[in-house]
Design a protein around this ligand. Sequence first.
Ligand code: NAD
Length: 500
Amino acid sequence: MPAAPVAKKSRRPSRPAPELIFGDLWEFDPAPETADPKLKPRYDLFIGGTFVAPAAGRYFDSINPANEQKLAEIALADERDVDAAYAAARRAQPGWERLSGAERGKYLYRLARLLQDRAREFAVAETLDGGKPIKESRDFDVPMSAAHFFYHAGWADKLDYAFPGARSISAHGVVGQVIPWNFPLLMLAWKLAPALATGNTVVLKPAETTSITALKLAEILQEAELPPGVVNFVTGAGETGAAVVAHPAAAKIAFTGSTEVGRRIMRATAGTGKKLTLELGGKAANIVFDDAPLDQAVEGIVNGIFFNQGHVCCAGSRLLVQEGVADTVIAKLKQRIRVLRVGDPIDKNTDIGAINSREQLGRIRRLVEAGVKEGATLHQPACRLPAKGFYFRPSLFTDVQQSHRIAREEIFGPVLSILTFRTVDEAIEKANNTAYGLSAGVWTDKGSRILKMSTELKAGVVWANTYNKFDPASPFGGYKESGFGREGGRHGLADYVKLG
Ligand code: NAD
């Protein structure tokens, strides 16, 4: 019998694949998104279905963080305006709750479709106001916002199925909501959609640096002929937010923002009988084991920390990498951040846009300086930054100790702190060694290890071999100082109803 053919050995000596160099060597033509964001020079408050001037007649500027130019003037609401918004919401609430679920659902479907119709316009407005890359507002923020309205439209007439066994299901009444600047439209959709589906009416305050898409959505609410007063927007900074939280007509407060402000809100609502949900900060561990598909993991790490300039509550800001592959992963990451394009967020080629505000840029710089001072090693690519606007280079820290501020505090910027571990137990211990507990990532080939990690990690969300994946049907929320309550899914809906 003839011998089986033996595979021929390649004569070519094995050598590493040549490194592709991008950086400043490649000049891309600018590719700005050109859709008209249709901004008004001045935005009033949205109360009782119409735009009304603030009682004190005061306005503040909303600027474009990419070039520091003024975009629009925004009304500054004081206690009188907040009171008027609650009065409108109170008047509207019984009628809104009495509507059949199917009717409320129709309004939510209408909002979702109208938002889709104007998706590009909203994406450009979101990018101009907040600094995030247009490819993210276009492909993530706006479609996900519409998806949340669609999803909750579906629940509106099926609440009996969401809460089987409940003898009665009713709304809380008027809900006060306060949201942050990192996902202005999406956080608004997360808050509005479940509240409306369950028969609540709303007084909502957007963040002071990013109010524009909320006020543009008010135009959509008018177009959809949502009954006046069902949704009211009051704009302003912390004082306006405090007035929204303190108002006696609020039956429930839903807050997304920093842990520090969350604590203040907890104190303000304690003993008032108001229901409270808090979605706060995070310091997530993205954990890479030595059997993980490393190239895929590196993409997940990059997405985990550089998506939206790292202004993400669930950002994978602590990389825990198993010792045997640490050098390889770090080398790949260094190479990868050299090819990230930092610059004008309205350009479709941009990977990392502008930091949301001068204050946030200052906070990132201070924490990065603290990291260097405490002995960690900073790695940044030598990319050019635009002369005007707020920008920060994608950054990696090695030689990080668990006690360093950059390993404990939320930086909320494009800065990754890298730590190593040897065993599964050490990874779990290090990952859980934080005051926060919002999210985590696990990269491994082993299914049983994923199950063990997701059981033992104290995090509201654990992604396996992926990162930053969202779906309106999937509840999102934290443990410990990352807050309590869930948004999305049946659990999120449950936070907006009283069950008898
Ligand atoms: P922030 O707490 O400074 O502000 C959030 C909102 O609260 C803003 O609208 C602000 O005007 C308002 N506010 C400020 N002081 C207030 C007060 N005393 N009473 C009531 N409202 C007040 O947070 P930020 O800087 O806008 O957002 C970043 C933070 O949000 C980060 O910590 C991030 O992790 C967190 N965040 C969490 C989630 C989540 O789902 N867990 C999602 C997005 C952002």
